[in-house]
Write a protein that binds this ligand. Structure first.
Ligand SMILES: Cc1ncc(COP(=O)(O)O)c(C=O)c1O
Length: 345
């Protein structure tokens, strides 16, 4: 596989996986039950319209039922958007989530990059906006960004939405990690959904801890764009177990209410211990931490059973950047223990 991601516990055996950023509260009992109960219904084809799930999402997100598309993980939508809209030129910030590049390459789109600078702590600036010109057909923008953990504030999101409106550029706001951010809703692009060129991507994957089930969705400002994208997807891409697990997740929001507070506490705990160990800690606005460490730090941690994400295969990053998830206290203690041992040598 050309694009290596975190979470590949099949290729890299470990005791604890810190390389994928999944809610440490785990999958709720009701989601598990719904998944198991869905087996009886699985002798039938899934509902191709994901009717019940989209009705619930429409209430939660306050977006029209017809403007929501459910998908086999958010990743499927990234590909469907590219294949349906056939952009000729795209703009990506670097580093960013690798599937954008993969999908854009697969549909023959040229990619312009705006390299985020280490000396600016990988923050977004007006230079990115200036790169959005009339010939840019699509921008993928992750907020907060992965792997850097940097959050673009409400003001920047507004500038970005306005700029793309002016240049008639499709802007995909990938908000798959925004639910983990304290007061993150203030930075959502949802308030600009009256701009026809906006698509917002979201996933059940991380927040409801169900990456193996595969469920994501898109909020489309424009109904015709939604139709086009849907027609580039196979009819039954969201399985019955995924639809039923998703419905249960939305019924179970209370179980997840303490997520942000939990993550904030654990993040503080980890950072207070690693700030003396790591070369530098960068962004951590979501449920993961981006940092700089010694060469082969990932290999040394894996020898101790801890799988972390080396970021060396991201465009514009070298082998000194890494990312870890924020997990439960007992896992985080083991992380710090292993880290301390590695640095002691
Ligand atoms: C920013 C971002 N968007 C989308 C995805 C894909 O999510 P899913 O697993 O729901 O396909 C990921 C997965 O890591 C991601 O990091």
């Amino acid at each position: 596989m050309r694009h290596e991601h975190g979470g590949n516990i099949y290729a890299k055996k470990c005791d604890i996986d810190f390389s994928s950023n999944i809610n440490p509260l785990g999958m709720s009992e009701n989601i598990k039950k719904a998944f198991i109960n869905s087996f009886d219904m699985s002798v039938f084809y899934p509902d191709p319209e994901c009717t019940e799930l989209r009705k619930k999402l429409s209430l939660k997100e306050k977006v029209d039922f017809d403007n929501i598309i459910c998908s086999n993980g958010a990743a499927e939508l990234i590909f469907a958007i590219c294949f349906a809209l056939k952009p000729k030129k795209a703009l990506l910030a670097s580093p960013c989530f690798a599937e954008y590049e993969q999908a854009l390459n697969a549909c023959g789109c040229n990619i312009e990059r705006y390299v985020l600078k280490e000396e600016n702590n990988f923050s977004f600036d007006d230079g990115f906006l200036n790169k959005i010109t009339n010939d840019i057909d699509i921008v993928f923008f992750t907020n907060p960004n992965n792997p850097t953990g940097v959050l673009a504030n409400a003001e920047f999101v507004e500038k970005l939405a306005n700029r793309c409106l002016k240049t008639n550029t499709i802007i995909v706001f990938d908000e798959c990690f925004l639910d983990f951010v304290l007061n993150g809703e203030n930075c959502s692009a949802k308030r600009f959904l009256s701009n026809k060129n906006i698509i917002i991507l979201k996933a059940f994957t991380k927040f409801y801890a169900m990456p193996g089930i595969r469920l994501g969705y898109g909020l489309f400002a424009d109904y015709n764009t939604a139709l086009k994208v849907r027609s580039a997807m196979q009819t039954w891409s969201v399985s019955t177990p995924a639809q039923m697990a998703g419905i249960a997740a939305l019924d179970d929001e209370k179980e997840y209410e303490r997520t942000v507070e939990y993550i904030e506490n654990e993040k503080k705990y980890i950072i207070s211990h690693i700030s003396n160990l790591a070369y530098k800690v960068f962004g951590h606005s979501a449920n993961f931490i981006f940092f700089k460490e010694i060469k082969d730090f990932d290999k040394k941690m894996l020898e101790k059973g801890i799988l972390i994400r080396s970021c060396k295969n991201y465009y514009s990053l070298d082998g000194s950047f890494y990312r870890i998830a924020v997990k439960s206290r007992d896992c985080n203690e083991k992380l710090i223990q292993a880290w301390t041992e590695v640095k002691r040598g």
